[in-house]
Write a protein that binds this ligand. Structure first.
Ligand SMILES: CC(C)[C@H](C(=O)O)[C@@H](O)C(=O)O
Length: 353
């Protein structure tokens, strides 16, 4: 029996309760597939700061580095706003990515194509360990209120490795990479564009086109079907990811994977921390469950198991929508109950296979 290990970083707000359901799914699918699953729990974010005085401890980092995958809950808390930047929950996430060398964030997003309303799936590939989030920052004068700066900086090597990843993924999809930058204004974007163009030479079967970030923001709304793989820098990816997430609509279930050179990845639901709902068993765990599915796809290399989970989520949301459309009264289903229903579907599907 093979053995795989996952570190769970439940994060803040509703993170623990949604991660608990994703863990149940991980355990069940590993049991079915005959994989021995070793689980460890560590803290990150505001919760970690309250307990340990740091948003991500070096002990937690060490355990994550030794694992096969990390399941990460949403991170952030309104009460952290007064903290110095290095103690804020977000600093914990940036440190996790840097310490694990995760440079490529993959976010599949299904968007409605108007007016037909059908869905198209694009894959956002966001550079994750460089750019303005990691560039030098500070105040230019002793007087803090005077002037502040953050540096957008990329090396060709940083652009090259994430671009290669985007092209490799596009090869298995519709074979189009749209690289998004601000090459009309920014020097770092001109390096980005030149480097991506060079990487494209090794992938003659994949088409490359370039858009400015302003164009991309518009096209996501007007013509989302024109995208297959959307490749972009850290900051632009954060903004376009939020835009695409909003366009996808509240009932779309979104998760993402952050990867580096090895198979070790960090997987997270794309959702807010919703501190006010923490512990109330009301939010949907489906994004966290999809994140668990992505663990099987990218870190465990078990695509059948990933499909089993994805299909269970699709079946569940499909039936929910059909019932709503018929005006049927649905039984209230909390976080844990939804997790249970997904487990039931996973077991049912197995009997069908
Ligand atoms: C603030 C930062 C840690 C965060 C992230 O990169 O996850 C943000 O950019 C986002 O995309 O929601």
């Amino acid at each position: 029996m093979s053995k795989l290990s996952v570190v769970v970083l439940p994060g803040d707000g509703v993170g623990p309760e949604v991660c608990a359901q994703a863990v149940r799914v991980l355990q069940e699918v590993c049991r079915i597939e005959g994989v021995e699953l070793e689980l460890a729990f560590e803290e990150i974010g505001y919760t970690a700061y309250l307990k340990e005085g740091t948003p991500f401890s070096s002990r937690a980092a060490q355990r994550c580095r030794a694992a096969n995958a990390v399941l990460l809950g949403p991170v952030g808390d309104k009460r952290s706003r007064e903290l110095p930047p290095h103690l804020r929950p977000e600093a914990g996430v940036l440190s996790l990515r840097a310490k694990l060398g995760l440079y490529s964030n993959l976010r599949p997003i299904r968007l409605p194509v108007l007016p037909e309303g059908e869905k198209t799936e694009l894959l956002l590939v966001r550079e994750l360990s460089g750019g303005i989030f990691y560039g030098e920052r500070g105040y230019t004068k002793a007087e803090e209120a005077d002037a502040a700066y953050d540096t957008e900086i990329y090396t060709a090597g940083e652009v090259e490795r994430v671009a290669k990843h985007a092209f490799e993924l596009a090869q298995k999809r519709r074979k189009l990479v749209t690289s998004v930058d601000m090459a009309h204004v920014l020097e770092s974007s001109r390096l980005w564009r030149a480097t991506v163009t060079k990487v494209a030479e090794a992938f003659p079967e994949v088409t490359l086109d370039h858009l400015t970030v302003e164009e991309a923001a518009g096209q996501l709304v007007q013509n989302p079907a024109r995208f297959d793989v959307l490749l972009t820098a850290n900051l632009f990816g954060s903004i376009l990811g939020a835009e695409a997430g909003a366009l996808a609509g509240a009932d779309e279930v979104l998760a993402c994977a952050s990867l580096g050179y090895s198979k070790l990845g960090v997987y997270e639901p794309v959702m807010p921390t919703k501190e006010e709902l923490a512990g109330k068993n009301t939010v949907s765990p489906l994004s966290a469950i999809l994140a668990a599915g992505m663990i099987f796809r990218y870190s465990f290399e078990m695509p059948q198991a990933a499909m089993l989970i994805e299909q269970a989520v699709i079946d569940y949301t499909g039936r929910l929508k059909a019932a709503q459309a018929k005006g049927e009264l649905l039984p209230a289903s909390g976080t844990a109950e939804t997790g249970e229903l997904i487990l039931k579907r996973i077991r049912e599907r197995l009997t069908l296979l």
